[in-house]
Design a binder for this molecule. Structure first.
Ligand SMILES: Cc1cc2nc3c(=O)[nH]c(=O)nc-3n(C[C@H](O)[C@H](O)[C@H](O)COP(=O)(O)OP(=O)(O)OC[C@H]3O[C@@H](n4cnc5c(N)ncnc54)[C@H](O)[C@@H]3O)c2cc1C
Length: 456
């Protein structure tokens, strides 16, 4: 009998390690509750993950099997399982975050193991260790073979352990989307029905994001991050659609597939740079003179910077545990450039708050935005005012998340950081003025990064 050790892969379909374990024999599915690890996940994501675990158990029960729940250090818990069941090998999904890799090494020292490349479409270790740009990564990644979705295990292969140990209790303090594979599938079907064929046209349109949160973009990230749906399944459906449509629809579907390549690039980065979560990926000849002002950081977290798009993004994070990708870039840039707060503080805040937190994607993107990662532009600074004018010209997104600005005309919202104090007071006395001057902060960031790069 084989054990499949579930981690961030809460599904039966398109789970490559589980499929391999079932191909090679009977499978006992196991989840090891590690209190310490669960505590480190943000509250909202933990609640979602636990709900997904309950769904996973239900899926096994519907197939006449069950999830064996253990506790503690995985190497010791799995050793205990081995003593009680006749276990040949432990199968699991390969992870790239160092703490998770260490756990895998400890398990490998005790048992025969089979690790499956499951988190990505293309094995990051099959690609070159580094690429000068995303387009070069993309070319190699596109050429790399992408496996079909793995089949769900035959129920006859699944073992019912006949032990009824409780999963961590459901946590009800957040309003969460439905968890688990079925919910992920429903959401993806909705997007495939109305969204994917217009994706490139709507993905940066913040007004559309308010009108059609699922549709303008997929909102699949919480499910993909928790492994509630397999990435090959997502890819296969998008590819199938891509082959069946033409013209603009095809270009839109292609854009969606292209976005998935960014996720793969982040995994590739983490696989080859295990320090991605704790150190600048790029080497600088001089240190970056972060200001790390605590009051600025606190204002950013509260969504009270006086930059409407930044504040709307941060309040969406607080309300939903999610930020649309466009303001996600803008808030990260504002923190690391206009406020010169170290990207690690922002990334850790996101880690604690996001429902879709994914270590490779979060830290890879923070480093990209902070110009410490793989961006080919030396110093990229998103101007929050220009970004609002371009992507939220009617201020629909800002008004949705910043109630104090609901009655303010869009034109004034766009100009807010440069309006004079008397006008701001008249228009929205409860909303703050800018905590930094738009031009001065921009220029300061430029100077600081150019000095770090040795260009001044
Ligand atoms: C500072 C910062 C931090 C981020 N942290 C995370 C994170 O923790 N978890 C996370 O899933 N995404 C993260 N992203 C990427 C991106 O913002 C989200 O994936 C996206 O907004 C999720 O919404 P969606 O599912 O509707 O995306 P869609 O636009 O529908 O895209 C579909 C899928 O493609 C992938 N994807 C899209 N854009 C990106 C991107 N830029 N980088 C990597 N993958 C992408 C995601 O898996 C996403 O679910 C971050 C971006 C930034 C700028």
């Amino acid at each position: 009998m084989n054990v499949f050790w579930h981690r961030r892969d809460l599904r039966l379909r398109d789970n490559r390690g589980l499929a391999m374990a079932a191909r090679d024999g009977e499978v006992l599915p196991v989840f090891v509750v590690e209190e310490e690890l669960l505590r480190r996940i943000g509250d909202r994501q933990r609640a979602f993950f636990i709900a997904g675990l309950h769904e996973l158990r239900e899926a096994y029960r519907e197939r006449g099997a069950d999830l064996l729940v253990c506790e503690g250090d995985p190497a010791l818990a799995l050793a205990d399982v081995r003593e009680r069941y006749d276990v040949d090998a432990v199968y699991y999904t390969t992870h790239y975050r160092p703490a998770r890799c260490n756990r895998e090494r400890r398990v490998e020292r005790r048992f025969p193991t089979v690790a499956a490349v499951d988190l990505t479409l293309v094995d990051p270790t099959d690609l070159a260790p580094a690429y000068p740009s995303h387009s070069e990564f993309y070319d190699d990644w596109t050429a790399g073979p992408k496996p079909d979705p793995a089949p769900a295990p035959d129920p006859d292969r699944l073992v019912d352990p006949d032990e009824d140990r409780d999963l961590p209790a459901l946590e009800a303090e957040f309003e969460l989307p439905a968890a688990g594979y079925e919910a992920a599938r429903r959401r993806y079907d909705r997007f495939l029905g109305d969204g994917i064929e217009t994706y490139a046209e709507t993905r940066d349109d913040l007004s559309a994001a308010v009108d059609r949160p699922v549709g303008a973009v997929s909102r699949m990230s919480p499910y993909i991050a928790a492994g509630m749906i397999g990435i090959r399944e997502v890819w296969a459906d998008a590819t199938d659609r891509h082959e069946r449509v033409a013209g603009a629809a095809r270009r839109n579907v292609e854009k969606f597939r292209y976005e998935l390549s960014w996720r793969e690039a982040n995994y590739h980065l983490l696989a080859h740079d295990p320090d991605l979560l704790s150190k600048n990926h790029k080497e600088f000849p001089n240190t970056i003179a972060w200001r790390n002002d605590d009051a600025d950081f606190a204002a950013w977290k509260r969504g009270e910077t006086g930059y409407p798009l930044v504040d709307a993004g941060m309040r969406q994070l607080e309300r939903e545990g999610y930020i649309h990708n466009r303001p996600r870039q803008v808030v990260a840039s504002f923190l690391t450039k206009h406020l010169l707060v170290d990207w690690q503080r922002g990334a850790r805040h996101f880690e604690a708050e996001l429902l879709d937190h994914d270590p490779a994607t979060n830290y890879g993107n923070w480093q990209w935005v902070a110009s410490t990662g793989t961006d080919t532009v030396d110093v990229r600074i998103f101007d929050p005012v220009a970004q609002t004018a371009k992507y939220d010209p009617d201020a629909d997104y800002v008004r949705e998340y910043v109630p104090a600005l609901r009655e303010v005309p869009a034109g004034k919202i766009l100009e807010w950081p440069t309006l004079d104090r008397a006008e701001r007071q008249r228009l929205a006395p409860d909303y703050p003025g800018p905590i930094v001057d738009r031009d001065a902060a921009y220029e300061r960031a430029q100077r600081v990064f150019e000095s770090a790069l040795g260009k001044r």
